[in-house]
Design a protein around this ligand. Structure first.
Ligand SMILES: NC(=O)c1ccc[n+]([C@@H]2O[C@H](COP(=O)([O-])OP(=O)(O)OC[C@H]3O[C@@H](n4cnc5c(N)ncnc54)[C@H](O)[C@@H]3O)[C@@H](O)[C@H]2O)c1
Length: 268
């Protein structure tokens, strides 16, 4: 185990995975723990969080789980209180939860729009709202928000609510970074590109008839010839959460193997 986050306490939202294998949140929780952090793993799915805890503890790390819907103010208030209760502090807030819904304005209904914006954007506002007082008290903290290159670029299929949510996360990240820089708190965003995770084999695959064809198409879209994976996101999160990034705040760190170099903003 290394020590880039030694004795730090990290809340990771969506620390489980929506399917077998490694999602971004699960890999980030494990990567944080391998660097010495104590993990407060939050997920709507208790079994998914329990699996992450089992992996972390199996590697000699420390992990507590909490079942919550992070789009609910009461639940977020409770999870933050529980983390303080268990670990006494919060050094890192990793906002990973995000869902995808393929479709444009004509396909996505009002309730689905509201639901996605609540889960992807409101959740991050709520976690920041309840975690920041603890970070301010200590005069230190690192917040990492998981956005997407979909905030700037078309992914080749319509996903209007997802793109809008990720654009909002970028703006929120810059705004929080500005407000809290003088208080010792950094806030950054990670913009993964096309990653091969359980999430895309689930929700994104709904936009395609054939999953294998979808995976091949995504690989071919990437200049390196293959999609990234959850560890590419996780390793970036470790860097941004650690002291190595102590002078970095308010950035949108693109992790896409060069994909966006080949794209025009919002070209279809
Ligand atoms: N895979 C990609 O290609 C890709 C690309 C860019 C960005 N991202 C972003 O990565 C993030 C998710 O990555 P992942 O691989 O961990 O996804 P995932 O779907 O595998 O896991 C997310 C976890 O979040 C939990 N969750 C969902 N809604 C929740 C809620 N309301 N409250 C609490 N927990 C909830 C799920 O139960 C699941 O265990 C998202 O923000 C997504 O937009 C992914």
């Amino acid at each position: 185990m290394a020590d880039r986050l030694q004795d730090k306490v990290a809340i990771v939202t969506g620390a489980g995975s929506s399917g077998p294998g490694w999602g971004n949140g699960k890999a980030t929780a494990a990567a944080f723990a391998r660097e010495g952090a104590k993990i407060f793993a939050v997920d709507l799915n208790a079994d998914a969080a329990a699996e992450t805890k089992q992996i972390i503890e199996g590697e000699g790390g420390v992990c507590e789980t909490f079942t919550a819907d992070v789009s609910s103010d009461g639940a977020v208030q409770d999870l933050v209180a529980a983390c303080i209760d268990v670990f006494g502090r919060i050094d890192v807030l990793h906002n990973n939860v995000g869902i995808v819904e393929p479709g444009g304005p004509e396909e996505i209904g009002e309730n689905a729009w509201d639901n996605l914006i609540d889960i992807n954007v409101k959740s991050m506002y709520l976690t920041c709202r309840h975690v920041l007082p603890h970070m301010v008290e200590r005069g230190a903290g690192a917040i990492v928000n998981v956005s997407s290159i979909a905030s700037f670029y078309s992914l080749g299929y319509a996903c209007v609510s997802y793109s809008a949510s990720k654009g909002a996360i970028n703006a929120m990240t810059r705004n929080i970074a500005t407000q809290y820089a003088s208080k010792g708190i950094r806030c950054n965003a990670i913009l993964p590109g096309l990653m091969d995770t359980p999430l895309i084999r689930g929700a994104v695959a709904d936009a395609y008839d054939d999953i294998d064809a979808m995976l091949k198409k995504r690989d071919a879209q990437c200049p390196m010839g293959f999609m990234g994976n959850a560890w590419d996101t996780a390793n970036t999160a470790v860097f941004l959460a650690s002291e190595e990034a102590r002078y970095i705040t308010g950035i949108e760190l693109v992790v896409d193997g060069g994909l966006t170099l080949t794209m025009s903003p919002m070209a279809g």
